[in-house]
Design a protein around this ligand. Structure first.
Ligand code: EPZ
Length: 428
């Protein structure tokens, strides 16, 4: 599947932000441990959610989707074995590890192979679980975990890994005493997971701070929880507004989680006006100013997931901007493709220098990962001519109805099924 996007159009209007991919995935996995009925609202209609629901259904649980509401009943007995091909369809399937250990005392998973962002190791997940008492055997590219018992106590993350924090929080609910976690990830998605688990009957405190305390429990109840909105999708549409010099209003947006993106935008001369906790309007200048240097860091630093989005916004800014990527070792897949469109970005190790150009040109480009794909959409919208983006399945993993949302604000974009020939002549 491809996206065909005509560039250069002024956009205007309102974009409704969907639920957060990175919040809903661990929460869906965590519904396994309650053994009850969970109603999740504000869930995004994206392929990563569909893959996660398929895994829950394979496990034998009743799952229904009604628009943005997903209902999971995990009361039935189930097996902790999920076939490799099902697990590997979901990049972040490792998030089931903590839930399997909690529910079944046993987990057999296939570690996420390297992906476009690098090796995606899980050593921090395994080290923390092993310290808590999980026996881990790595055999023919599988991980088998058995849990004679999980010990309460104080444990420290060597690095604030988001996924490892989520897995350990979920597993720790089965420990034989309180579990104190030091140096955890502090991303908003961790707070969302804590809020969901507490709504279901757990007692966890400290998410979003340097110390999380998990008080083990076995008693959960039916619950209803509304997932936070997606801060990276919101950042994407802030970038689109700025790059196309269009005034856009975002609704259902998690404004409190957008301060780093807003700070970067304001450096560029963009005015970000919050009208309430879930509505903001982006008012860009005639020409964007460069940013001196943006460095991606664990929360509350600048989010790595917004790095490609910021880069795409800076392509036509005045002067030279610099970005340093500190989280993933290979998160500049978008640079080669953006330069095909006339951008002037130089990468040296984990540093990228963006030299602003007057014009970008439509081209045939290839999405290499989720946010790299989003960066190509941003560039296509502010390029001259038409761009054909290949491999948009990467984008569909994390963006709900992107083409529909773009056309609602005045873009001219469409989905081209791979076998369809595009009638646009390409100079390339
Ligand atoms: C989550 O991935 C997000 N995914 C990512 O979003 C996001 O980029 C990342 O957190 C950082 O914010 C989901 O929530 C589903 P990490 P995760 O463990 O948990 C290294 C997107 O675009 N590391 O915090 O995998 C790792 O290699 C996706 O929506 C280890 O070395 O991120 C990376 O360099 C992409 N050993 C860094 O830590 C480990 O055991 C951050 O990884 C675990 C991680």
């Amino acid at each position: 599947m491809k996206y065909l996007i005509e560039g250069g159009k002024k956009l205007s209007g309102t974009v409704r932000i969907s639920g957060s991919k990175n919040a809903v995935l661990p929460i869906l996995a965590a519904t396994i441990i309650t053994g009850k009925k969970t109603v999740l609202k504000n869930c995004p209609d994206i392929s990563d959610v569909h893959c996660t629901v398929d895994i829950l259904k394979y496990l034998g649980y009743d799952v229904t989707i009604d628009g943005s509401t997903i209902t999971v009943d995990s009361s039935k007995k189930s097996t902790p074995e999920v076939p490799r091909e099902l697990m590997c369809r979901l990049r972040s399937s490792i998030i089931f590890l903590g839930a399997f250990i909690n529910r079944f005392g046993y987990a057999k998973l296939f570690p996420p192979g390297g992906c476009e962002l690098g090796k995606r190791p899980i050593d921090i997940h395994l080290s923390m679980l092993s310290q808590m008492g999980v026996d881990i055997i790595e055999e023919d590219c599988r991980i088998v975990c058995t849990t004679p018992k999980l010990s309460g106590g104080e444990y420290r993350f060597s690095f604030p890994s988001v996924g490892a924090t989520e897995n350990v929080m979920i597993a720790a609910l089965k420990a034989d005493g309180p579990v104190v976690l030091k140096n955890p990830a502090k991303e908003p998605e961790i707070v969302d997971l804590q809020n969901f688990l507490c709504t279901a009957g757990a007692k966890i405190t400290g998410a979003g701070t340097d110390t999380i305390t998990v008080y083990p429990t076995n008693s959960f109840h039916d619950c209803e929880y509304t997932v936070s909105s997606d801060r990276i999708e919101a950042a994407t549409y802030m970038a689109i507004a700025s790059a196309t010099r269009s005034m856009l209003t975002l609704t259902n947006a998690p404004c409190k989680d957008l301060f780093r993106m807003a700070e970067a935008m304001e450096q560029m001369g963009v005015y970000v006006m919050e009208s309430n906790s879930h509505t903001l309007t982006v008012i860009p200048p005639k020409r964007l100013k460069p940013v001196s240097m943006i460095t991606t860091m664990p929360h509350p630093g600048f989010p790595t997931d917004a790095q490609a989005l910021l880069m795409a916004t800076l392509l036509k800014a005045e002067g030279c901007s610099m970005i340093v990527e500190n989280i993933f070792e290979n998160r500049y897949n978008h640079v080669e493709e953006l330069n095909k469109m006339g951008a002037n970005v130089l990468v040296d190790g984990n540093t990228a220098k963006i030299f602003g150009v007057e014009t970008l040109f439509g081209a045939q480009v290839y999405a290499r990962d989720l946010r790299a794909g989003a960066a190509l959409v941003i560039a296509a919208l502010c390029a001259e001519g038409t761009t054909l983006i290949h491999n948009v399945h990467h984008i569909e993993r994390g963006y709900e109805k992107m083409i529909e949302k773009l056309n609602l604000i005045g873009a001219n974009a469409k989905v081209i099924n791979s076998k369809e020939q595009t009638d646009e002549p390409y100079s390339l």
